[in-house]
Design a protein around this ligand. Structure first.
Ligand code: PMP
Length: 387
């Protein structure tokens, strides 16, 4: 049967995270700093909106693009918080998570062989999604010394006549990196000069700390018309299981994406769309409360890792920290496996996010502070034993 599977699908490796967490699941009493989803339950008023939706019998399909009322909420939210205006009826598509929107955008844009640039280490789906859309993934490594920010000259070096799309994700999974406006302006300049379309995954935008302003590349001169802005409710509103994301872009792009979405998915779940309206219209206070809690955990975990000699810059966003473990003499995989077996703490080996993640591990702080404190104590003992 193996020979029946399409070659480009067969050749994609399984996610490194999944392999690792299959081991975790067989063990007891593990503290997991491995997960990439909030430990909070969706705020009650949002769950209640989902219940009301069911109670009212709203159990049918919605329009392919999503409920008009939700698209209005999205356009208003994006205008209010990101300072970009989109026309709700024609420039907003509601998707099954950012995951689906990214897939649909790549499939709408790429001809076979077109190149997709992205900064690495990055979210595990970028390279496989490019391949599944018959594109060619081109990783641009980023470095700890640059706080894992993308440098315009590194990007420009990898541009070829086939380069078509640049995938950006700030704040970044797995490094927590953010991009200040000036650095983003240099990237925008490269995109304009080389006529790149930008897919900007801003799913962690609300989770930025220290009062830093999140800047979307779509707001920079000449960028709105060449950018697809992706966002969703999974992270900042703790709604991963609702599966609601969205893409905002010029009409022609949304129209092309809609064709794929309509045939493959039809529409995002109605109950979840109703819940997302509540999250975007009234979810500000609950979101801030969760963000402040992540902020406290971030301070604690970053200080603890640096104190045990695993250097990491203070991440400015998301809920991940990416310490350098090279001083232990172990590879990322050995470090993660032995930490799990010997101390029952799960972290993700850096190469799961791309080859240049070797020498690092990802620790998520979407876990309660009490658990994080125990995990840091165990990790400290482990690191001392390794030296
Ligand atoms: N983008 C990034 C950078 C992510 O980390 C994740 C989830 N881990 C996603 C997209 C997927 O989000 P969604 O639940 O909206 O599909």
């Amino acid at each position: 049967m193996e020979d029946k599977i399409a070659t480009h699908v067969r050749d994609i490796p399984r996610s490194g995270i999944r392999d690792f967490f299959e081991v975790v699941q067989t063990m007891r009493d593990v503290i997991s700093l491995g997960i990439g989803e909030p430990d909070f339950t969706t705020p009650w008023h949002i769950r209640e909106a989902a219940l009301f939706s069911l109670e009212k019998g709203r159990t049918g399909y919605t329009s392919n693009l999503g409920l008009p009322r939700l698209r209005e909420s999205i356009a208003a939210y994006v205008a209010r918080n990101f300072h970009i205006t989109y026309d709700a009826p024609t420039e907003v598509l509601v998707s099954v998570g950012v995951s689906e929107a990214l897939d649909v955008a790549l499939r709408a844009l790429l001809n076979p062989g077109d190149e997709v640039l992205y900064h690495e280490p990055c979210y595990v789906s970028y390279s496989p999604s490019a391949i599944l859309a018959h594109g060619v993934p081109v990783a641009v490594p980023v470095h700890e010394k640059d706080h894992f920010q993308l440098r315009a000259e590194d990007l420009e070096k990898r541009i070829t006549p086939r380069s078509k799309v640049l995938l950006l994700n700030f704040p970044t999974n797995p490094t927590g990196a953010t991009m200040p406006r000036e650095a983003l302006e240099q990237i925008a300049d490269v995109c304009r000069r080389h006529d790149l379309i930008v897919l900007s995954d801003e799913i962690y935008a609300e989770l930025t700390y220290d009062g830093a302003d999140h800047v979307s590349i779509a707001t920079l001169p000449g960028m709105r018309e060449r950018t697809v802005f992706f966002h969703g409710v999974s992270k900042a509103w703790a709604m991963t299981g609702f599966r609601i994301g969205y893409a905002c872009a010029p009409r022609v792009l949304i129209e092309a994406m809609m064709k794929i979405h309509q045939y493959a998915i039809l529409c995002a779940p109605t109950t979840s769309q109703d819940a997302a309206i509540e999250a975007l219209d009234h979810g500000e206070a609950a979101m801030r409360h969760m963000r402040d809690e992540y902020g406290l955990r971030r301070n604690y975990i970053t200080a603890a890792l640096n104190a045990m000699g695993l250097p990491c810059p203070l991440p400015r966003g998301a809920f991940y920290v990416f310490p350098d473990i090279r001083s232990t003499g172990l590879s990322s995989r050995e470090f993660s496996l032995r930490l799990l077996q010997e101390k029952k703490v799960a972290v993700v080996p850096g190469p799961a996010f791309g080859a240049c993640g070797e020498g690092f591990v990802r620790c998520s702080y979407a876990t309660g502070l009490d658990q994080i404190k125990i995990a840091m104590q165990r990790m400290k003992e482990f690191v001392e034993e390794m030296r």
